[in-house]
Design a protein around this ligand. Structure first.
Ligand code: NAD
Length: 388
């Protein structure tokens, strides 16, 4: 018998839909799960749109006041899929009320804000997780397993990039992603944060960065005229890792033909791994055993691969949405205290990624190499949501 967890979702955009898809499909792939989600309420901003979204998404109730869901007796879990400026307050309030929280990435707009959220998570007995869903791609988990098992030997390089074409059209309207006050940063928080999290997941902590940014579209159409774009459209950076590895990172929305090109390569003394989300079922592996030369494509769908056998027979490939189901399954197991080898990002991991994102912003502003803040109140950028 599955424990039924009442779930509230903040937001009803694309990513809210991916989470709700995960609730609906979870038990089909994970019949052994100790619990399952039951969508109770969706919180939005605009009444008519939220009501329509609730109907479309199968939510029995809807509200335009997220505060009303924090103490809702039917709600045990908050999935926070709101814009970045709506991550801190509902997540902190829900954790204080003992609700488990799965919050979208980036955890917060700045590291100082993320620090408040990680503090709230530490104070609460409830489970919290950040939606760095690409950790749950089977090929990414296989890459982590290989690095951890020492298949690459000492790691020398990490090369990560996230390219898409989402910012190419200068006539596309202004939205919260273009506003530094609401988003915190541009592609640094939106795209590069995923790369940073995967770099941490695979290679370990990043300790220092240099960076340059560009804003190619300085203003966008808005009701009554135009609004300035106050965030970056592109970033290029160097990364230094605690383990001694050296890395590069590039992210941008001005890349024609690239749709969701999240890619990384890890080079170690004994081998190389390469991954690209547009071919998400494959991991390229080179293991220098002296015979086969060159990278081999491994189709990560075998029964002994991560999540192998959960969905379809070998070779029957998975999609982007499955990462949300895998993530939700681990979240449920954490809530019920039955997660074996948790892979998902905690709020502490989310804070670590936010500290690197802050360091990238500051490095780009100052033109200097910036050490990544480690602990305490030494975050470089102020907390936009702090009182006072
Ligand atoms: N994990 C991923 O792969 C991934 C992908 C895309 C977006 N995201 C993250 O998900 C979050 C949402 O992104 P999106 O693309 O769905 O954005 P979106 O703009 O499409 O949706 C945001 C939703 O929040 C709602 N909202 C805004 N203000 C609100 C308020 N005051 N109260 C309640 N609801 C409110 C909006 O009505 C909308 O439904 C962002 O933090 C983003 O970084 C994650």
């Amino acid at each position: 018998m599955h424990r039924r967890l009442g779930v509230a979702v903040v937001g009803s955009g694309a990513i809210a839909r991916a989470h709700i898809f995960a609730l609906a499909r979870h038990i089909e792939a994970f019949p052994d799960a100790p619990g399952a989600g039951r969508l109770v309420v969706v919180a939005g901003r605009d009444a008519a749109r939220t009501e329509a979204a609730a109907r479309r998404l199968g939510a029995p109730r809807w509200t335009v006041d997220w505060r009303s869901i924090v103490d809702d007796p039917e709600v045990e879990v908050l999935i926070n899929a709101g814009p970045n400026d709506l991550h801190a307050d509902p997540s902190i309030a829900a954790l204080a009320a003992g609700r488990a929280v799965l919050c979208e990435k980036p955890l917060a707009r700045t590291a100082a804000e993320a620090e408040r959220m990680a503090g709230a998570a530490e104070q609460s007995a409830a489970v919290s997780m950040v939606g760095f869903n690409y950790r749950f791609v089977p090929a990414v988990l296989l890459a982590r397993r290989l690095v951890r098992d020492g298949a690459l030997g000492r790691v020398y390089h990490f090369r990560g990039r996230y390219s898409d074409d989402s910012l190419l059209d200068p006539a596309a309207p202004h939205n919260w992603r273009h506003d530094q006050r609401r988003a915190g940063s541009g592609v640094i928080g939106d795209l590069a944060s995923h790369v940073v999290d995967l770099a941490h997941f695979l290679v370990g902590p990043i300790t220092a960065v240099t960076a340059a940014v560009r804003t190619y579209t300085p203003a966008r159409p808005a009701p009554g005229g135009v609004e300035p774009v106050t965030v970056e459209d592109a970033v290029a950076a160097t990364l230094e890792f605690q383990c001694g590895a050296l890395g590069t990172l590039e992210a941008g929305g001005m890349c024609p033909g690239r749709k969701n090109f999240l890619a990384f390569e890890v080079n170690g003394r004994d081998g190389t791994l390469a991954f690209n989300l547009e071919r998400m079922n494959e991991l390229q592996v080179y293991h220098g055993d002296g015979r086969a030369r060159g990278l081999a494509d491994v189709l990560v769908t075998e029964p002994d691969h991560p999540f192998g056998g959960r969905w379809w027979p070998p070779g029957h490939i998975l999609g982007w949405e499955h990462t949300f189901v895998h993530q939700w399954d681990e979240f449920v197991r954490r809530v019920t205290g039955t997660a074996d080898e948790p892979a998902g990002a905690t709020f502490t991991d989310g804070l670590a990624a936010s500290r690197v994102c802050d360091a990238l912003v500051v490095a780009a502003e100052t033109g200097r190499r910036v050490a990544v803040a480690r602990a305490g109140n030494d975050a470089a950028r102020r907390d936009p949501g702090a009182a006072g």
